[in-house]
Design a protein around this ligand. Structure first.
Ligand SMILES: C[S@@+](CC[C@H](N)C(=O)[O-])C[C@H]1O[C@@H](n2cnc3c(N)ncnc32)[C@H](O)[C@@H]1O
Length: 713
């Protein structure tokens, strides 16, 4: 170390007085001197290692036709034509940091390794600040259809603030940690493709060099397109960048033959005349095609009227993913995308006979992907092509600290203190807006409003069944009979069962949404914050012998995005805006003289519905999670993971008390087809008995509600 005595004294003094060291010591104190390195504020190699259990909340599997069931097929089916064995594709809802860490360190890893591990990852992270969380949503059918812009919800906004709030360094820190987890999940001959644009490509390249090694950088692909205005301030920005890295330098997949594009007719003609530059025939050239090179100008962004267009703002074209998947994977391989958006990667993976797994934080993205993949299943069923079932999963609980935004570099004691302070501020804010008084001395209860106890759900995650159950336990213990639970989101499939369970225990349980404007001081001051109830569904079963048809008869929601008066006050003359106020979508128009007109767009209750599905035998499939057994017997995982010394954790299966919603029939709107059927097909039960039918409705914002009814056959 080249430190002088003065340097040493200085360093000790600075450390003792708790001051930061000057930059020059960075290069004098540490022995790992990289040639070039990207450094950012807070850089650390510490990677999340939390393991949370995955919960399957839904299984989607279009029943197969008799003909396909009879075929000797890849999978086994039950008597309803549904897959019961083999790999099921996975769509996971939640923050990919926790998902990746739970995949890497948890029990699902084994299942993935059994399928040969993840061979290819494509990601398209949200480099376009904010574009992913606000969405254009269509309302209604035919000529009356209107488009409404949905703004980000609170969870999305918090995630967004986490990524972008503090500038480029927070984006790099976010992506560095996730890419590091992805690298560990990739198999030795695996590949990763990272999609970005001029805003982050320079950082991304250095981050990838550091994590995967410069020698494993295979291509910097330029996707050049024509779409979009050019402006007059600079040259038009007409490309995006995709970095391809492999895990190993020697062993990776590149299916050159699969990705060849047509040669120029002149080249073929030359070969036919025997004048080719190399010794090849025209047939050979035609068969293998030309290497497309690393500038892709032949693939166009998704056009407005394309069949594949889902309406998702950042959707990438299928042809683009097709080239990547064909080049760097083989049939039967597992492909992953952890920033899934509208699910382009999965749609193409399924079409090319690959298995898939992936995630997205946005509910709307999960919903868009669900519809898209059902579309693929339906198409395959009609064409007699085998397809796999897929599951929608989420994580049981999230790390509150992560969202509350406590500085991770603080000492543990200070961190804990800061978390408590932040949590207290948050509770006071919500209770104030709900006009409840704070109470102390309870395990789960936070406030009181008239005769009802008030509980505030976590800021960072949906209110889960486990959360509600601990509230109910305290209610019973302390003889409380009326409670309100306020939450930003509720776990999919939670209600109304949980309310009925509470009722059986003598507790009147109300679940209410915390509106996003609680964070807006002005809204609180003006008394504009409305906590609305969860949505309401009405269904009617039509029973004939052993056959049942389910009819959807009513649905309502109680959202508010911006109060109409507020929108009207903000509007300029001659402009209009669509807003959601107390469960109605309203178009507010101000004419040139400032006269305001309001038109309600949601005229029918069906206008709110984007999708509904039926599970005719809800209690048929229990939700089982695998949880780690504490202090397992020591064992090694010979050969399964790359490190043979790794201790194999033991897992046990546990029933969560919930059931998996099996999507047996559904009707939904697409961009092309806006009509919705309100009556299901007739379902034939094999045996007489009592059955629970579950009906799930997803509204046009991507929020879902479920109702369970009981029938006697
Ligand atoms: C650019 S879009 C992906 C579009 C996609 N390639 C397609 O073709 O539709 C990025 C996606 O990342 C999701 N996202 C952002 N942060 C995330 C996070 N921390 N975890 C999981 N998904 C995230 C957003 O919800 C968004 O859908």
């Amino acid at each position: 170390m080249h430190l002088t005595d003065n340097d040493k004294r200085d360093i000790v003094k600075l450390i003792e007085s708790g001051k930061p060291l000057p930059d020059k010591y960075r290069f004098l104190l540490f022995d790992d001197k990289r040639e070039v390195e990207l450094v950012w504020n807070g850089k650390t190699n510490e990677v999340c290692n939390v393991v949370l259990p995955f919960q399957v909340i839904e299984q989607v599997d279009e029943p197969r036709k008799e003909t396909e069931k009879e075929q000797v097929s890849l999978f086994d089916f039950d008597d309803r034509g549904r897959q019961i064995k083999g790999w099921t594709n996975k769509l996971i809802w939640g923050d990919n940091k926790l998902i990746l860490s739970s995949l890497k360190n948890g029990p699902l890893r084994e299942q993935i390794e059994e399928q040969g591990g993840i061979k290819l990852i494509y990601i398209d992270p949200p480099f376009d600040v904010g574009a992913d969380f606000s969405m254009d949503i269509e309302i209604g059918e035919g000529d009356d259809a209107e488009t409404f812009r949905k703004e980000a919800n609170v969870l999305e906004e918090l995630a967004y603030r986490d990524t972008w709030g503090k500038g480029a360094d927070s984006f790099i820190a976010m992506i560095f940690e996730r890419l590091s987890l992805m690298r560990d999940l990739l198999v030795e001959d695996g590949s990763i493709y990272v999609h970005c644009d001029y805003r982050v490509s320079s950082y991304m390249r250095l981050v990838l060099d550091e994590l995967f090694g410069k020698e494993n950088h295979q291509n910097e692909i330029i996707w050049h397109f024509i779409k979009g205005a050019s402006g007059n301030d600079r040259f038009g920005r007409k490309h995006q960048t995709i970095f391809w890295y492999t895990k190993s330098k020697e062993r990776y997949i590149f299916n050159r033959k699969e990705v060849g594009v047509a040669y120029n007719p002149e080249t073929i003609a030359r070969a036919q005349r025997g004048e080719a530059r190399y010794n090849v025939t025209a047939e050979e050239l035609e068969e293998r095609g030309k290497n497309p090179g690393d500038v892709w100008s032949d693939l166009h962004p998704v056009q407005g009227n394309a069949i594949e267009n889902t309406g998702y703002a950042t959707q990438k074209p299928e042809a683009f993913l097709e080239r990547i998947i064909k080049a760097s994977s083989n049939e039967g391989d597992v492909i992953a995308d952890f920033f899934a958006g509208s699910g382009t990667t999965f749609a193409v993976a399924e079409k090319l006979g690959r298995k898939w797994i992936g995630s997205d934080l946005g509910k709307f993205a999960i919903h868009t992907t669900r519809k898209r993949m059902i579309g693929v299943q339906r198409q395959f069923r009609n064409e007699n092509i085998p397809y796999r079932a897929f599951e929608i999963l989420n994580l049981g609980k999230y790390e509150r600290q992560h969202y509350i935004g406590v500085n991770p570099n603080l000492a543990d004691k200070d961190k804990q203190k800061m978390i408590e302070e932040r949590e207290h501020e948050f509770l006071a804010l919500i209770l104030g807006a709900y006009k409840a008084e704070e109470v102390t001395g309870f395990r789960t209860m936070h406030g009181k409003k008239n005769a009802r106890m008030v509980i505030v759900g976590p800021v960072n995650l949906p209110v889960s069944r486990h959360f509600v159950e601990s509230v109910l336990a305290e209610c019973i213990e302390k003889k409380m009979t009326k409670v309100d639970i306020l939450g930003f989101e509720f776990e999919m499939g939670l209600f109304p069962n949980i309310q009925e369970e509470a009722k059986e225990k003598g507790i009147d349980l109300a679940l209410k949404y915390i509106p996003r404007d609680v964070f807006d001081k002005r809204a609180i001051e003006k008394n504009q914050v409305v906590f609305h109830d969860v949505s309401y569904i009405e269904v009617k079963p039509h029973v004939k012998g052993k056959s049942v048809t389910v009819e959807l008869t009513d649905f309502s929601v109680f959202y508010t995005q911006d109060a109409v008066d507020y929108v009207a006050a903000q509007l300029k003359n001659g402009k209009s805006k669509i807003t959601v106020d107390k469960g109605q979508i309203i178009k507010v128009t101000k004419d040139k003289d400032g006269i305001v007109e309001r038109t309600v767009l949601t005229q029918k209750w069906t206008d709110w519905i984007d999708y509904w599905a039926v599970d005719f035998d809800f209690e048929n499939k229990k939700e089982i999670i695998r949880v780690k057994v504490e202090n397992p017997k020591q064992q090694t995982l010979e050969g399964k993971l790359s490190d043979p010394q790794t201790e194999m954790p033991e897992y046990e299966e546990r029933w969560t008390g919930d059931y998996i919603f099996e999507n047996e029939w559904q009707s939904f709107r697409t961009k092309k087809n806006r009509t919705l059927e309100l009556k299901s097909i007739a379902h034939e039960y094999e045996k007489k008995g009592r059955y629970k039918i579950a009906v799930k409705v997803v509204d046009i914002f991507g929020n879902d509600t479920m109702k369970v009814i009981s029938i006697l056959i």
